[in-house]
Design a protein around this ligand. Structure first.
Ligand SMILES: O=C(O)CCC(=O)C(=O)O
Length: 248
């Protein structure tokens, strides 16, 4: 008998999830990846981080920028049909990969990721052709995350408030810290999620993460996508997956 292999269903966001994303600027989607696939990705990341030149080092020890450009497996993950199915309805016209990275919180790391908007890093500040309305990220945790190991925090609705003023920080990560930190802290909610779940959030959404107070590493694989028609921003990779339809 020929063995049949279960093909994972490629699920799109439900109407309610799409509405939540548009209203709140983020949505957590449960159960997208099985544990064995994430273990395989984690092992590939272990291999990559050991290679010279991959580890960003310093405050970003354990981070790998442009990770999809350093490994076929990481590249395939960034284009996984299950991720694309989740973002296809949120980004248009067309779809491109803006960038990919591994972000890590080492055990007992005090490095916080400051409150920021990804768009402050992603667009080229002086080039309007790179300014995107619908850039966003998929945050894929490789371990369960909660407040003890530095889960994501977000301010619901903040993606609708435009670009905040920010001040560069010398410590921690995500160093273009928005100035309204107290407001962010007051209105933030934590997003504890299981490994296998993913969090989608707009590049305009205020977000951050705190320390890792545990003895275990916390990793997340982040892929950022954007409209295909918008020019390459400050991201190291612009890979058009589906071009924008031609204008009539
Ligand atoms: O995973 C984290 O701690 C947050 C990382 C993040 O927000 C970023 O790199 O833009």
């Amino acid at each position: 008998m020929v063995a049949t292999m279960a093909v994972p269903a490629v699920g799109r966001l439900s109407e309610a999830q799409r509405e939540a994303f548009e209203r709140d600027g983020f949505v957590a989607v449960p159960g997208v990846f099985p544990a064995d696939e994430l273990d395989a990705l984690d092992q590939e990341l272990d291999r990559l981080i050991a290679l010279p030149g991959n580890d960003a080092g310093g405050n970003r020890a354990g981070w790998i920028y442009a990770v999809a450009q350093r490994s076929d497996k990481a590249s395939a993950f960034a284009e996984d049909p299950r991720l694309l199915a989740l973002v296809e309805d949120l980004i248009y016209p067309g779809l491109a990969i803006h960038s990919s990275k591994l972000v890590t919180k080492l055990p007992m790391s005090a490095d916080i990721c400051h409150w920021h908007q990804d768009e402050a890093f992603y667009k080229k500040l002086d080039d309007p052709d790179t300014h995107a309305a619908r850039r966003m990220s998929v945050w894929v945790p490789l371990q369960d995350t909660d407040q003890s190991n530095g889960c994501l925090w977000v301010v619901p609705g903040s993606h609708r408030w435009g670009m905040e003023d920010w001040t560069a920080q010398q410590t921690g990560t995500c160093v273009r810290r928005i100035n309204r930190v107290e407001y962010a802290d007051e209105h933030a909610i934590p997003l504890p999620v299981h490994s296998g779940d993913v969090v989608l959030f707009s590049a305009w959404t205020w977000h951050h993460s705190k320390e890792n107070q545990t003895e275990h590493i916390r990793r997340a694989f982040i892929v950022s996508y954007q409209e295909a028609a918008v020019a390459k921003g400050a991201g190291e990779q612009l890979k058009v997956l589906y071009p924008a339809p031609a204008q009539a």
